[in-house]
Design a protein around this ligand. Structure first.
Ligand SMILES: [Zn+2]
Length: 233
């Protein structure tokens, strides 16, 4: 089942409390805490909804381990359903470190533009295949965050790319829904781009996956319009 969620954003001038209230008012299924301009220490006194997910900051896998542990402590204490981190920053060592330390939340690795991980010398699909093999050898498990807009701006056709990921046993638990012009990762609302991503086809494919999918409406404005649009498909 697809669950729809809003995400905290540094671009909308709302506090995290205001964003949570906005989500609550719109009867959203879950909330995604994106640590893009604040730190776990900043939200000690914020009560989070029962169902929430976490998006780690860009470059997280390259942070010193002592800094990563501050986020991991928050994750292990508060229990988000999924934890997303960008694939481009990982080495084998940082992947194993995060996998071993995140307990009870699914670690989801996200596709990003450009479609390349320097350390692995691989694109996202090949990275995920190698990372799945590496972690399973160690008795660990990773999952995927599929970002529609990132797939498009990296030169993929998002619907066929999503099918390709699934055919290669990439287990998707989190999805980021947004669109762009194919040139800039501008996080435009679903349904707002002329000849945009076929979100109806994306949702149909996601609906065929037999576990919950946490679909984050990942734009910087008009979240409510996108939610209405996606629910109407
Ligand atoms: Zn994303």
């Amino acid at each position: 089942m697809i669950k729809f969620g809003f995400q905290s954003s540094k671009y909308n001038n709302l506090t995290l409390e205001q964003e949570l209230q906005f989500s609550d008012n719109n009867k959203i299924d879950f909330f995604d805490v994106f640590f893009d301009d604040y730190h776990p220490d900043d939200i000690k006194n914020v009560s989070l909804p029962e169902t929430f997910t976490v998006h780690l900051p860009g470059g997280f896998a390259k942070f010193p381990q002592s800094e990563q542990l501050k986020y991991i402590d928050f994750i292990n204490r508060c229990g988000p359903k999924t934890v997303t981190s960008h694939f481009c920053d990982f080495s084998f060592e940082s992947l194993e470190f995060l996998c071993r330390n995140v307990n009870n939340s699914r670690l989801c690795i996200e596709n990003t533009p450009p479609d390349w991980n320097e350390t692995f010398s691989k694109n996202y699909l090949d990275f995920m295949k190698a990372a799945n093999e590496f972690t399973s050898q160690k008795g660990l498990k990773i999952y995927a965050t599929f970002d529609t807009g990132h797939a498009k701006v990296a030169g993929h056709e998002p619907v066929s790319y999503l099918k390709q990921l699934i055919e290669n046993d990439i287990d998707i638990f989190t999805v980021h829904l947004h669109d762009n012009d194919g040139i800039q990762d501008s996080h435009r609302p679903a349904g707002s781009v002329y000849n945009g991503i076929n979100f109806a086809a994306i949702l149909e494919i996601l609906n065929s996956i037999n576990h919950d999918i946490y679909a984050v409406i990942e734009h910087w404005n008009n979240n409510y319009n996108a939610l209405e649009y996606l629910k109407s498909l």
